[in-house]
Design a protein around this ligand. Structure first.
Ligand code: MN
Length: 665
């Protein structure tokens, strides 16, 4: 690097001398940034205030779409995902748009058929997409074939990803060593990649490993190299710098209000750090400051409540210790807590690398992080000394069949055999490209949504998300009222709420200058503990005795792979006054008044389907009911042979742990 230039006022602007080899930057604020920090809840109207300014910065590309945006927008924000692209394009005319494409999974959670994959890419290109950053959770590039053909046919930029993962604390060891990454890079180049992205979704890449990987890729492939490294572990700013020294072409950052925690390193320190060097970005720092000011004042107040600020630390130590990405860890903890087994977390940490290895040493990224994580929990909770993999999820069975693609190393043959016993598609795994076994699906979807969908974009939305997509189209065309919870909130409302929270913290919820009413006979006192502080608080409902009618556990319904928004705190049961009648619990289904052996729910969840009816005979070990828990399906076997005497629930019902699902006599 060259010596620093003299610092003058002028050097902060973009009129300073151009560097020999400026680092190119992709901005992720309005996709991965708000996806990582604010559960993907960013609205188009909140991107517009900074859109024109972002377009002036000089980014290599701006990520505007893909990942979880397509799902979240139509499901939670009542926004047409296609419309966002067209709208943003009107404000950002110079900078190419980039999207994250989950290869054959498109912007969903399963492999879609080739016909739908092709049309999806064509529509994305037509609506304004320029750079297709494409990844597969198994790094199986056969899952790229269909979409890459379409990207190329549209004349767009194909950026191929290598998902970065490890088998040891650092780069090296059995599978994920330097050769692995170099070979993947060569594979991508020979597929026609216009650039290659090292996609470090959990923030695992250490600075000197980033140096080694980027240097080796630069020596072995010709196309530009891009580093995408999440901040999660805290290493990414160091890794960026070492990657830049190794000659990386493009790095990914966020504007500082969207940076750090599980998101990405901020742009501003990078620009300042490289100022005057031969890799100076050339960006105007004053412009960046202006963008941040607009974001802070006009946008961030609306999202602040979504930020998980329960911890002061912005670094997730578990990623460093166990390589468990943040989203995956919170899922595991939730699952264990629901089953009263949080004390088993250390066993889960121990079992996790073993399960991952047996399932083919796969990278942990949506959806494989969920698949490996939940199977691990099942093993810890249900296995005994005699038998492992007692309860195998449907997704693990699909993985063992080959439906997700080829794993890094072969799946353990014992586990595979057990998983595929009685598997509906067949007991012999496939070795072909997974989409080869999928029937075309677009036409069928078009037929189903006839009369509601107005164009091909509506049809594709429905084909990918049939349930929530149909609901959205009903809102879009005024066939159903738009519920309040998906409507935007105004900046004024957001600020008023934040003020109220600040007042509550300061203990000023009741205006001090108001005259206090007389204490009534129904006044009840409570002890309130806040950290080391202790208050006695008198509570009296205005106009009578407070009554707590029911206390309900709130459970967030969040699709797999999405970071969970913080769940609202639940009213403490202790607040129920003694005078009030105890809350009547929701009536549990009566245990069937028949004799026999009950099949109980081993975990809370939702009934997907009963495989048997009353009167059917079953043999021990045969699947009776499929229970969904944490988005994974579990086939529950009959504990004994006999006849189904009673079935206590229906499809779609939620059940608690230990509920009697059926009785076998
Ligand atoms: Mn990412």
């Amino acid at each position: 690097m060259s010596d620093q230039v003299t610092m003058t006022e002028m050097n902060y602007g973009n009129d300073r001398p151009k560097a020999k080899n400026p680092v190119k930057v992709e901005d992720l604020s309005i996709r991965d940034g708000h996806q990582s920090l604010f559960a993907t809840r960013g609205r188009t109207e909140d991107m517009i205030p900074v859109a024109e300014m972002l377009d002036e910065v000089g980014f290599w590309a701006i990520e505007t779409w893909g990942g979880a945006t397509f799902d979240t927008m139509h499901r939670f924000l009542n926004e047409d995902p296609w419309e966002r692209l067209r709208t943003l394009k009107r404000y950002m005319k110079k900078t190419p748009f980039s999207m994250l494409l989950r290869a054959q999974n498109l912007v969903g959670y399963r492999n879609y058929a080739d016909d739908l994959a092709k049309v999806f890419v064509e529509r994305a290109a037509e609506n304004g997409m320029d750079v297709f950053r494409t990844f597969d959770a198994l790094n199986d590039y056969r899952n790229f074939e269909t979409v890459v053909k379409a990207i190329k046919a549209c004349g767009k930029h194909f950026q191929g990803c290598i998902c970065y993962t490890l088998t040891a604390p650092r780069l090296g060891g059995e599978v994920y060593n330097l050769d692995y990454y170099v070979n993947k890079g060569k594979d991508l180049e020979s597929m026609g990649a216009d650039s290659i992205c090292v996609k470090d979704m959990a923030g695992l890449i250490a600075p000197y490993d980033a140096y080694a990987v980027i240097k080796a890729l630069k020596e072995n492939v010709k196309v530009p190299i891009n580093l995408h490294s999440h901040f999660t572990s805290g290493m990414s700013p160091m890794s960026h710098l070492k990657a830049i020294e190794a000659g990386v072409d493009i790095v990914d950052t966020c504007m500082s209000p969207y940076a750090y925690r599980t998101s990405h390193a901020a742009l501003e320190p990078l620009v300042m750090g490289l100022l005057g060097t031969n890799r100076d970005t050339g960006f105007d720092i004053k412009l960046l400051a202006k963008i941040n000011e607009t974001l802070e004042k006009e946008v961030m107040p609306k999202y602040r409540h979504l930020l998980d600020d329960t911890k002061l630390s912005i670094i997730d130590i578990n990623v460093l210790l166990h390589q468990t990405p943040g989203g995956m860890l919170s899922n595991l903890v939730n699952q264990l807590r629901e089953m009263d087994a949080l004390d088993k977390i250390d066993e889960v940490y121990k079992e996790l690398p073993r399960v991952r290895k047996e399932l083919g040493q796969i990278p942990l990224v949506t959806p494989t992080s969920q698949i490996v994580g939940i199977q691990t929990v099942n093993n810890v909770l249900f296995d005994d000394e005699k038998e492992r993999y007692k309860m195998i999820t449907a997704q693990v069975k699909d993985l063992c069949y080959g439906l997700y693609g080829k794993t890094a190393v072969p799946i353990d043959t014992e586990v595979q055999k057990k998983a595929l016993k009685g598997y509906a598609r067949g007991e012999d795994p496939i070795s072909c490209r997974p989409a080869e076994v999928l029937e075309p699906e677009l036409e069928k979807a078009q037929e189903e949504i006839k009369g509601l969908a107005a164009d091909i974009d509506d049809e594709v939305l429905y084909a990918i998300y049939p349930v929530t997509g149909k609901k959205f189209l009903k809102w879009k065309y005024g066939k159903e009222a738009v519920p309040d919870e998906v409507k935007p909130i105004s900046l004024e409302d957001a600020k008023a709420k934040l003020e109220l929270v600040a007042k509550a913290w300061a203990g000023n919820v009741v205006e001090k200058n108001k005259e206090a009413p007389d204490k009534g006979e129904n006044l009840r006192t409570f002890n309130v503990f806040m950290g080391e502080d202790y208050f006695e608080v008198g509570v009296e409902e205005v106009g009578g005795t407070p009554m707590v009618n029911y206390i309900q556990q709130i459970q967030a319904q969040i699709p797999a792979g999405m970071p969970a928004a913080p769940v609202a705190p639940v009213a403490a049961p202790a607040a129920a006054p003694a005078a009030a009648k105890p809350a009547a619990p929701a009536a549990a289904p009566k245990p069937a008044a028949v004799d026999g052996t009950p099949l109980t729910a081993p975990m809370p969840g939702m009934i997907v389907k009963y495989e048997k009816n009353v009167g059917d005979s079953v043999s021990e070990g045969e699947t009776v009911v499929v229970l969904e828990a944490m988005k994974m399906e579990n086939a529950l076997p009959a504990p004994v042979s006999g006849e189904i005497k009673a079935i206590n629930f229906g499809n779609g019902d939620s059940v608690a742990k230990n509920d009697v699902l059926c009785v076998i006599g």
